[in-house]
Design a protein around this ligand. Structure first.
Ligand code: ATP
Ligand code: MG
Length: 427
């Protein structure tokens, strides 16, 4: 059979009927175990659809508790309903993850053009005040629009750049849009893991304007709920009976170990489905998942490392290299990181980079944290002076090092063996 004929063969033994429901970008219609929370969200913003102001909301909870899923669902249904019934309001969604403050405003301005005017306006000036003005003008100029709902997701993962305290500045601006010329009603939904972080450093005026926030908490799921969410997604993704009950138990256990984050389980299922089809298997069992687990885990981590820019990758390898094993696992400190980075610059000749400490501390570390590669703790104070920060890896250290050396070598055109050798010699 030629290639064309093979390509034309229908399906074969396909066990994955809907692989896309396992991808990160998919927003399912159903959100299980959240009726009460969704109900509160609906009540808080419903007035906007009738041209009246609603409530401002703070939505918070641990990773993977369905916050993003909930607000994307809300945005979609809000806009579909508004368009079909001619209601005078639209919802705008922007995630702040890994973005600087000007970039967040740029995205708000562009989303407003797209959603409110139906025009994909490519606004690209990274200037916060211009972007904000553009947003205000866009909404003011929209005929038949009396209100907007602004949904800001992952506010605790914004990265500082020129602006220190980006959250305080963003919240100040968001609560003052009327003073800044917005003539329509608006409400906002602030979404975050950490409800403390985003309110740090806000001024008294902003604090008082935020005092009437309606707080909605997304609690963590119980183990049986995790299993039910997995089963539900499996029913959508696979043909009936393709994933055994023991496999579901295995995935639930993996998820509990992942601090209840469902995302890796979906990734594992997706890959498992693909491999099973290639191997002509009709069923995904727990043995099969165990067999592919470490390879898939490695790929998952590698994807995260690959998403780093050159300078982030450079600093990340230096961080890993500076780590040592303590009683509670691997760790390093910010002073050690600065030293490691400057040694790295010497050895790998990246002197074109100007890695200032403020840039590492204020920009690169927060990005690595936002990408769930590291966590950062304050080391406390000694004699009134800060002792810096402690940095730990959020994945298995040896896998991380291995994968990062690979990606680093590819990116900088080096021989991985040589890089390993240099790291072993102690740079
Ligand atoms: N109740 C649920 N029913 C069905 N799927 C869910 C539910 N909760 C979470 N999920 C799924 O789990 C994954 C993670 O959820 P989501 O991205 O909404 O988490 P989050 O609370 O925004 O996490 P983070 O704080 O890390 O951004 C998504 O694929 C989502 O569809
Ligand atoms: Mg989220």
């Amino acid at each position: 059979m030629g290639l064309k004929e093979s390509l034309d063969v229908e399906g074969g033994k396909s066990i994955l009927k809907n692989p896309n429901v396992l991808l990160d970008t998919y927003i399912p219609d159903k959100l299980l175990f959240r009726e009460k929370e969704l109900g509160e969200l609906v009540v808080s913003v419903r007035n906007l659809l009738r041209g009246k102001p609603g409530m401002n909301v703070l939505l918070f909870g641990m990773p993977s508790t369905g916050k993003t899923h909930a607000v994307r669902l809300l945005q979609r249904d809000f806009n579909e309903l508004a368009v079909s019934k001619g209601y005078p309001a639209r919802a705008i969604y922007v995630s702040a993850r890994g973005k600087t403050l000007p970039k967040v405003w740029m995205d708000i301005a562009n989303e407003a053009s797209r959603v409110v005017l139906g025009e994909p306006y490519k606004y690209s000036k990274t200037d916060m005040f211009h972007a904000m003005k553009h947003f205000v003008d866009t909404v003011n100029s929209a005929d038949g629009i009396e209100g907007v709902l602004l949904i800001l997701d992952e506010l605790d993962s914004m990265v500082p750049s020129r602006y220190s305290k980006p959250n305080a500045r963003l919240l100040e601006a968001i609560t003052r849009l009327h003073e800044n010329g917005l003539e329509k009603h608006y409400n906002f939904i602030l979404v975050t893991n950490n409800d403390k972080v985003i309110f740090e450093n806000i001024d008294a005026g902003t604090a008082s304007r935020l005092s009437a926030l309606w707080k909605i908490y997304f609690r963590e799921y119980y183990p049986n709920e995790i299993a039910e969410i997995l089963r539900d997604r499996i029913r959508q993704a696979f043909v009936e009976g393709a994933v055994t009950e023991q496999a579901v138990n295995f995935l639930s256990a993996v998820t509990m170990r992942e601090r209840r984050d469902l995302r890796f389980a979906f990734y594992l299922l997706y890959t498992a489905g693909m491999i099973a089809e290639m191997e002509g298997l009709e069923r995904i069992t727990d043995e099969f998942l165990r067999r592919i687990y470490s390879t898939v885990r490695r790929e998952y981590i590698k994807d995260k490392v690959k998403s780093l820019t050159e300078s982030e990758l450079f600093v990340f390898l230096a961080i890993l290299w500076s780590m040592r094993e303590g009683l509670e696992g691997y760790y390093t400190t910010t002073p050690d990181i600065y030293e490691a980075v400057s040694k790295f610059v010497d050895v790998f000749g990246k002197d074109s980079y100007n890695f200032r400490r403020t840039m590492i501390r204020g920009y690169i570390l927060p990005i690595l944290k936002a990408k769930c590669l590291i966590d950062i703790y304050s080391a406390g104070k000694h004699a009134g002076r800060s002792k810096g920060n402690i940095v730990i890896p959020l994945e298995d250290y040896n896998t991380l090092l291995d994968v990062t050396v690979e990606v680093f070598s590819e990116r900088f055109n080096l021989d991985p063996e040589q890089v390993r050798e240099v790291l072993k010699r102690g740079v």
